[in-house]
Design a protein around this ligand. Structure first.
Ligand code: PGA
Length: 259
């Protein structure tokens, strides 16, 4: 099963995951990171800023999980813009090495396949950062997504458009379609790190970690992965039946084991 780490604050979650990413980059200067957008990974990116000072990140490569379809890449809420603003620029990554799925309407039929090929050509993703939606989605793989799915165009469910409307003037401005890494793509990454904060995520986290493995809750795909780490605050952990065991296991973990 995934390792569950319950932390008191977002900042501690960010620090823990950032430390692991720094370890990875020091060991593998051209590491391939799977980058998530949304509010969840922000503490990780913030914690990375000071930790990466003096670390050569010029060869670090990255692949975003998803992108809106039909959005101008220059739009401030395109995931290309978000990744540039929140990750590439503050961390000093090399923009040409950081990829987002191509959500342009022209060529959208083969954009998913192109992205899969680019990930494979890079040797696969070393560490994939994930958030989880209130619907249980990871990436934009909404309930019902196949565990074998690859990067492809999907229709956003109403709840996700509502959740994401905070970033737009109104829900009508939230694109209807997205292009997202599939669950099969995500499961190929060598290490999954799923973060979640707040009570609103508690049911999705409990389902993903302890519920049945089901396409109805795409986050439950992490149960199929040999190296998955779930980092949550107390509120997001509040519906976990075995929370006490996760705390006990963490407290007694051999010091030589990383996350
Ligand atoms: P959030 O979204 O980080 O903005 O809560 C997570 C997700 O939808 O995957």
């Amino acid at each position: 099963m995934a390792e569950i780490i319950i932390v008191p604050s977002k900042a501690e979650a960010g620090a823990l995951v950032a430390d692991e990413i720094v370890r990875l980059i020091r060991a593998t200067p051209d590491a391939v990171l799977g980058l998530a957008t949304g509010s969840t990974p922000v503490p990780v990116y913030e914690a990375l800023r000071s930790r990466l000072e003096g670390v050569d990140v010029s060869r670090v490569r990255g692949f975003a999980l998803d992108e809106y379809v039909g959005i101008d890449p220059a739009h401030p809420e395109s995931y290309r813009s978000v990744i540039t603003r929140e990750v590439v620029e503050p961390l000093g990554l090399t923009p040409e090495l950081i990829h987002t799925p191509n959500g342009a309407l022209e060529g959208i039929e083969h954009a998913g396949e192109d992205y899969e090929e680019a990930i494979l050509a890079a040797g696969g993703i070393d560490l994939q950062i994930l958030g989880i939606g209130t619907s249980g989605h990871i990436g934009f793989n909404e309930p019902g997504s196949s565990f074998a799915s690859h990067t492809r165009v999907k229709t956003l469910i109403e709840q996700t458009r509502k959740d994401n409307s905070i970033y737009f003037d109104s829900i009508d401005d939230v694109p209807m379609h997205c292009i997202t890494q599939g669950l099969g793509t995500i499961l190929r990454a060598r290490h999954l790190v799923l973060l979640a904060f707040g009570e609103g995520k508690a049911a999705a986290v409990a389902g993903a970690v302890e519920g049945p493995v089901t396409a109805s809750l795409p986050g439950s795909a992490i149960q199929l992965h040999p190296h998955a780490t779930v980092v949550v605050d107390e509120a997001a952990a509040s519906q976990l039946a075995s929370a006490d065991y996760y705390r006990y296991a963490l407290a007694n973990k051999p010091a030589w084991q990383g996350i």
